[in-house]
Design a protein around this ligand. Structure first.
Ligand code: MEV
Length: 328
């Protein structure tokens, strides 16, 4: 048996533009997915997942039978989550050169599904790591991050960057630009997350930005502007200037909204955070619904978000400098 866990993340800057080769800065947060793997006598895969949203639900799913999972979130989300687990298991089998190995996999996560906090990357990283170790292979972190990226790339039909998987593997703040991935030193960032209880469709949102970019030069310019903003954000991060980071986050949200990936609830939460005195606020991840991230040392933003009708839940999540962790 082997258990590994890996963190979720927020984008300080650069989601969507990173898909087109611009740099991005995701940051790992103290919300984790924990995966326990036991090998089986046969070559089947059985996955049970619990608490995959903040409210929690349970799904018993056997990937090798026609059984339908019983869940209280949409079936598409569960199927997507199981696609990631299947892909991760294939990577572990390949790494250990044991193509027919069977597993019982248990996933527990406090990262809401599909909400911009890197739930799929955390599950994939932790699953590959635990399953490979259950077969006697401990992967170095570079290989783990690369294998996790291959899974996201396949499940998301080629529309994935290395940002989520590299960040979840390494922890802390990272810079990702195409295949160039680096860890960064960062001040402790006072993240507040607002969650609208929903989820965006990453594939559709990425396709929408691609279409806008090819139709309008100014949309392509907007993507490049996000890249310029990220470069400035990197300098600001190095200086540890939280006020200026917040200003750049506000700007980044505006550019993402111009690309059509915000939503009424995300905009409402961003404004609730700003009005409460947050240093800055933006959507995080693919958008369309899900989460915003704000910076605030005080409790004011969290409280204001909890009173905002658009927000189902808000919480503080500090930067997590640990990436993948091995429990046993
Ligand atoms: C999704 O978490 C972030 C996107 O930039 C897609 C990706 O980088 O794979 C929208």
């Amino acid at each position: 048996m082997a258990t590994s866990n890996a963190p979720g993340k927020v984008y300080l800057f650069g989601e969507h533009a990173v898909v087109y080769g611009e740099p991005a800065v995701p940051c790992a947060i103290e919300r984790r997915a924990t995966v326990t793997v036991e090998t089986r006598e046969d070559s089947r895969l059985r996955v049970s997942a619990q608490d995959l949203s903040l409210d929690g639900f349970t799904v018993e799913y056997d990937g090798t039978t026609a059984g339908q999972p019983e869940v209280d979130v949409t079936e598409e989300l569960v199927e997507a989550a199981m696609g990631y687990v299947d892909g991760a298991i294939e990577q572990a089998r390949d790494a250990a050169d044991e193509p027919t190995a069977g597993f019982d996999v248990t996933v527990e996560s406090s990262i809401p599904l599909g909400a911009g906090l890197g739930s799929s990357a955390a599950v994939v990283v932790a699953t590959i790591d635990a399953a490979a170790r259950a077969l006697g292979v401990t992967l170095d972190r570079e290989e783990l991050a690369d294998r996790a990226y291959q899974v996201e790339y396949e499940v998301q039909a080629g529309q994935a960057s290395r940002a989520d998987t590299f960040c979840s593997t390494m922890g802390g703040a990272v810079r990702v630009e195409d295949d160039d991935c680096q860890t960064l030193s960062s001040p402790d960032l006072p993240f507040i997350i607002g969650y609208d209880g929903g989820a965006g469709d990453t594939g559709a949102l990425v396709s929408g930005v691609r279409a806008l970019k090819s139709e309008y030069d100014f949309a392509a310019d907007t993507v490049e502007s996000i890249g310029d903003l990220v470069e400035q954000g990197l300098e600001t991060l190095e200086d540890g200037d939280i006020e200026e980071l917040g200003r750049l986050m506000d700007f980044n949200h505006g550019l993402l909204a111009a690309l059509g990936v915000s939503s009424r609830s995300l905009d409402s939460m961003v404004w609730a955070a700003r009005e409460a005195g947050a240093t800055g606020a933006k959507l995080t991840g693919a958008g369309g619904g899900g989460c915003i991230v704000a910076l605030d040392e005080t409790d004011a933003t969290e409280t204001a978000l909890n009173y905002s009708p658009a927000c189902e839940e808000s919480f503080r999540a500090r930067l997590d400098t640990d990436g993948v962790r091995r429990e046993e």
